[in-house]
Ligand binder design. Structure first.
Ligand SMILES: [Zn+2]
Length: 381
């Protein structure tokens, strides 16, 4: 049986009483039909309303053949009269965003003739797809016009025109509908077929902001925020920009330049550090004493520095030159020798050195979890 849809009679109904017609176990709860409801089902790209029926959470709302079905977390006895309460801040923000989207889509259609080919409105914001390509300057223009329409605070109305009237009307529509078409009119801005609840005047949207956009299937996809979402977004962005500004000691308007300078500085310091490390490794290599046996070197450096030292050390020792960087239990190493097959050496002594790695006959590298005293005992004992 078709449900009486209170959201069509008054989009601002947030509390209502209704009679339970049926209640059946389904999925993760119960499917409940009422004789009337203000819960808007998830459809047309918009997610379903949340709220409660006599305090029982409404998990989802769908429409089947004109009947609105509430998925509830607990059963509600048929015949009982229940009080429905909508999660109003969430519903109102969807009304602000949806009406804002109609204004933007109506203006894009009027200025550029592009159709709205996709729409999604959920908790994560709102995306809108258009059938043609738009650039930033065009979108800035649309955004200015949309906000001007909001500040004119014109009426938003919805009605079901009879077929003859509908046939004579010009309106935007995603589908070729012939009966029960609900037309949402934003005075002087847009007429569009739509089943969703809207604010009653554009001033209640407050503002719209087009955020990002990209090419999408030969057209444009854009991300937009309106009303309380736009305010929350501005608040979060302002806080982030203020934090970066304080960290960089630059005005908020200059944080991109400030960050760029910081990255340039960092890259310069990285280059300088690499040069100093190389010099330190070369100096240490030059200072290594000649020995007939193994040579163990601890040196805090990168892979290149360890290789430089191992190459110099293998020329000065008769056994293995082992260079370790790091700390007890977490070493990186490079080991090299003129006289010993290093792959065989690593295979044989890997367990004793708590080492894993690989390489060539003259040089191997890897990681070890040994302690410093254990390494000293092995190579110098
Ligand atoms: Zn709509």
């Amino acid at each position: 049986m078709a449900t009486r849809k209170l959201y069509y009679e008054d989009a601002y109904t947030r509390r209502f009483t209704a009679r339970v017609l049926r209640c059946d176990p389904a999925g993760d709860g119960w499917d409940v039909e009422l004789d009337a409801t203000a819960f808007f089902p998830g459809e047309g790209g918009q997610t379903a309303d949340g709220g409660t029926l006599d305090g029982v959470p409404v998990l989802d709302v769908t429409e089947r053949d004109g009947a609105v079905v509430h998925r509830t977390a607990a059963p509600l006895d048929p015949g009982r009269t229940v009080e429905g309460v909508l999660a109003w801040p969430e519903r109102f923000r969807k009304m602000q965003t949806h009406t804002g989207e109609h204004i933007v889509s109506g203006l894009v259609h009027a200025r550029y003739g592009f159709e709205n080919t996709g729409f999604h409105l959920g908790e994560d914001g709102c995306t809108v797809d258009f059938s043609g390509e738009l650039d930033r300057a065009q979108l800035d223009g649309i955004e200015d016009e949309a906000n001007a329409a909001i500040w004119r605070d014109v009426a938003v109305t919805a009605r079901f025109p009879d077929p003859a009237e509908l046939a004579a009307m010009e309106y935007r529509s995603k589908l070729e509908l012939t009966h029960d078409v609900r037309i949402v009119t934003i005075e002087g801005v847009d007429d569009c077929a739509c089943c969703a609840p809207h604010v009653s005047s554009t001033g209640q949207i407050g503002a719209v902001k087009i955020l990002d956009f990209m090419r999408h299937r030969g057209g444009t996809r854009l991300w937009m925020k309106a009303g309380s979402d736009a305010l929350a977004d501005y608040r979060a962005r302002y806080r982030a920009a203020a934090e970066v500004s304080a960290l960089l000691y630059v005005p908020q308007g200059d944080i991109a330049d400030g960050t760029r300078r910081l990255l340039e500085q960092r890259d310069g310091l990285k280059r300088e550090l690499a040069g100093l490390r190389r010099q330190a490794a070369e100096a240490r290599a030059a200072a290594l004493a000649e020995t007939k046996g193994h040579l163990l070197v601890f040196f805090d450096g990168d892979e290149d520095a360890l290789r430089t030292l191992a190459n110099a050390g293998m020329a000065k020792c008769g056994g293995v030159c082992a260079v370790f960087s790091g700390a007890d239990g977490a070493w990186r190493f490079v080991m090299a020798s003129r006289t010993v097959d290093m792959r065989a050496f690593l295979k044989e002594n890997g367990p004793a050195l708590a080492a894993r790695g690989g390489g060539q006959e003259r040089m191997v590298s890897g990681r070890s979890t040994a302690s410093r005293p254990a390494l000293e005992a092995f190579f110098q004992g």
